[in-house]
Design a protein around this ligand. Structure first.
Ligand code: AMP
Length: 511
C-alpha cells in the first residue's frame, strides 16, 4: 500500500461557532447538548468538518483539548448509516477501530463513545489486556461497530480469531507518541496490515518525531494537518516550586508537606517506577495519610477502583507512575507533587496538567535531589521558567546540590510551609530506583509494561514543545490562522508551529 503523506494545513476558524453549524446529525447534537457542551473547542471546530468530509487527518493535540469528541462525533456521524436495531451479529460488523496506548485512556475514550452515541443504535466496546478475554469475546460475538482497544489485546483477539477486521472503515490512532514510547509501534504496524486499504484514518499525537512521521506515511493518505497548541501549563493559575532535598529524606518531606496542606486537600504524587509507587503509598498510609497507588502492574480492576476512589475523594493521596496517570481526566486537583522528576521534561508538563484545570489555581511541587538537577534544568528550559527553589528546614539536600549550576538559590531561606526547626525523621533510602524484577510480559499483559520498559528517550528531541516555538509564558493564546501551506512535504511538521488556542483548560475563560 503506497500512501504519500501530504499534509495540508487547515485554516483555523476564529469566530465563535455552535455545534449545529458543523453539520452533525440531530442524534449527535442532542448528545452534545446533554453533555453540557455549548461550543466546540478549537480542535473540534477544525477536525469535525475534515473528518466529516472523509479526509485522513493528522492531529497535533493532546488530552484536555476536547480531541476525543473531535474525532468521535464525526466518526459516529459517518457510521450512522450502519446504525441498526437488528439483533443479528451480521448487521453489526466492526467498522471503526480506535487504538489507545493505555487501558485508562482506552476506557476514557470508550466512555466518550458511549456518551456521544447514546441516541444511535451503534454498538461499541472496549478491549484491553490484564483482564479475562472471555467477556470481551462474548461481546464481540454479539456484533460491535466501534472497538476501542489497546494494541496488545487487540492482536490477541486477532490471533484467536475472535475479531474480524475486514470491514473496518475507520482507524483512529490516539496518542501515537505515547504508543511509540511504550514500544507499541510494531504492534500498530501489524494491525495496519490487517485492515482494508480503503479506509479513513486519523492519527493523533502531541509530538511528531521522525518515527511518528514514518508511521503517518504508512497509515494516512493525503492527510490534513490539524494542530492545537497544548495547554499552557505555565499559566498564572499554576505555581511551581522546587524543594531541594536529599533522596533519603524525600518520603518524610512528602508526608510533611501533605500534612501541611489544607485539611483533606487531595494530592497526586508522581514517582518514576511501579515498585516505588506502591512502597510510597504504603509509607504514607503507615504515617496516617490515606493513600493508594496506581501503576501498570496493578490489575485493571484495582486501577479502576483506585481511580474512582480518588476521584470521589475517598482517598486523599494518589501515587502514580506517568503511564498509569497519562490522560486521566481528574478535575479540580489542587496540587501535584513530583516525588521524582520525570526523565523527560515533556512529562513534567503532562503531570502538572492535572492541576490548575478549568482556570482554578494549582500547585506543582517537585522534590529534587542532587542527581535530578539535570532533569530540572531540562524542565526549566522547556517551560521557560526558572522555578523557585526553597529548602524546607530539616529536609536539606545533598551537600553537592548547589555545587554547579543547580545552585542558583542561596541556602537557608525559610519555607512558608515548614515549621521552624522541624526535625527530619530518619528514613531508609527510597528504593524506588532499584529493585523491580523484570518479568517477561505475557502477550495479554503488554499494556502493563511501560514504566520500566519504555524505549529510551535518547535521541528524541528534548521536547517538541520547546522546538515548536510555543510560548509558555502566555496563558492561552487566541487561535491564529494557519496559512495554507504551499508545500506538500511532511517537513512542514517540523517547522515551528504557530501558537493556537487551547480552550478546555480555561473553560469558563474568555480568550
Ligand atoms: P479530551 O481532550 O477529549 O480528553 O477532553 C477533555 C474534557 O473536555 C473531557 O472531560 C470532555 O468531556 C470535555 N469536553 C470535550 N468537548 C467539550 C466542549 N465542546 N465543551 C466543553 N467540554 C468539552
Amino acid at each position: 500500500m503506497v500512501h504519500c503523506t501530504k499534509p495540508q494545513i487547515t485554516q483555523i476558524v476564529t469566530t465563535s461557532m455552535s455545534f449545529s453549524e458543523l453539520g452533525l446529525i440531530p442524534e449527535l447534537l442532542k448528545a452534545v447538548t446533554e453533555a453540557g457542551y455549548t461550543e466546540p473547542t478549537p480542535i473540534q471546530r477544525q477536525a469535525i468538518p475534515v473528518v466529516l468530509a472523509g479526509h485522513d487527518m493528522m492531529g497535533g493535540a493532546q488530552t484536555g483539548t476536547g480531541k476525543t469528541a473531535g474525532f468521535t462525533l464525526p466518526l459516529l456521524n459517518r457510521l450512522a448509516r450502519h446504525a441498526s436495531t437488528s439483533t443479528s451479529p451480521a448487521r453489526h460488523q466492526v467498522r471503526a477501530l480506535i487504538l489507545a496506548p493505555t487501558r485508562e485512556l482506552a476506557m476514557q475514550v470508550f466512555e466518550s463513545v458511549k456518551m456521544y452515541s447514546k441516541h444511535l443504535p451503534l454498538r461499541s466496546t472496549c478491549i484491553y489486556g490484564g483482564v479475562d478475554m472471555n467477556p470481551q469475546i462474548q461481546e464481540l460475538r454479539r456484533g460491535i461497530e466501534i472497538v476501542v482497544a489497546t494494541p496488545g489485546r487487540l492482536l490477541d483477539h486477532v490471533q484467536q480469531k475472535t475479531i474480524a477486521l475486514g470491514q473496518v472503515e475507520f482507524l483512529i490512532l490516539d496518542e501515537a507518541d505515547r504508543m511509540l514510547d511504550m514500544g507499541f509501534i510494531p504492534d500498530i504496524r501489524r494491525i495496519l496490515a490487517l485492515l482494508p486499504a480503503n479506509r479513513q484514518s486519523l492519527l493523533f499525537s502531541a509530538t511528531f518525531s521522525d518515527e511518528i512521521k514514518k508511521l503517518a506515511d504508512q497509515m494516512l493518505k493525503n492527510p490534513q494537518l490539524i494542530e492545537v497548541a497544548r495547554r499552557n501549563m505555565v499559566s498564572e493559575t499554576i505555581s511551581h516550586i522546587v524543594h531541594p532535598v536529599s533522596s533519603g529524606l524525600k518520603r518524610n518531606l512528602l508526608a510533611h508537606l501533605i500534612r501541611h496542606e489544607e485539611e483533606n486537600a487531595q494530592v497526586l504524587v508522581f514517582v518514576g517506577t511501579k515498585f516505588g509507587c506502591s512502597r510510597l503509598a504504603h509509607f504514607l498510609e503507615r504515617h496516617g495519610i490515606s493513600a493508594d497507588s496506581i501503576h501498570g502492574d496493578k490489575s485493571q480492576q484495582a486501577r479502576t477502583e483506585t481511580l474512582e476512589a480518588f476521584k470521589s475523594g475517598k482517598i486523599r493521596v494518589l501515587v502514580a507512575t506517568d503511564v498509569a496517570a497519562r490522560g486521566l481526566d481528574i478535575e479540580d486537583l489542587p496540587s501535584v507533587i513530583n516525588f521524582e522528576l520525570p526523565h523527560t521534561a515533556e512529562d513534567y508538563v503532562h503531570r502538572i496538567g492535572r492541576t490548575g484545570r478549568a482556570g482554578k489555581s494549582g500547585k506543582a511541587v517537585s522534590l529534587v535531589s542532587s542527581e535530578e538537577r539535570h532533569h530540572l534544568a531540562d524542565i526549566q528550559k522547556l517551560i521557560k521558567l526558572e522555578i523557585r527553589q526553597e529548602i524546607v528546614p530539616g529536609f536539606d539536600p545533598e551537600p553537592d546540590f548547589f555545587d554547579t549550576d543547580g545552585g542558583r538559590r542561596k541556602r537557608g531561606a525559610p519555607s512558608a510551609a515548614a515549621p521552624r526547626n522541624a526535625p527530619a525523621e530518619s528514613a531508609p533510602k527510597e528504593a524506588a530506583s532499584t529493585g523491580e524484577r523484570k518479568k517477561r510480559p505475557e502477550r495479554g499483559e503488554r499494556e502493563q509494561r511501560p514504566e520500566r520498559e519504555r524505549a529510551p528517550h535518547r535521541g528524541r528531541q528534548p521536547s517538541h514543545i520547546a522546538a515548536d516555538g510555543f510560548d509558555f509564558s502566555k496563558p492561552y493564546e487566541e487561535p491564529s490562522a494557519i496559512p495554507k501551506t504551499d508545500s506538500d512535504s511532511t517537513d512542514n511538521l517540523h517547522k515551528p508551529q504557530r501558537p493556537i488556542a487551547f480552550l478546555l483548560g480555561g473553560l469558563g475563560r474568555k480568550h
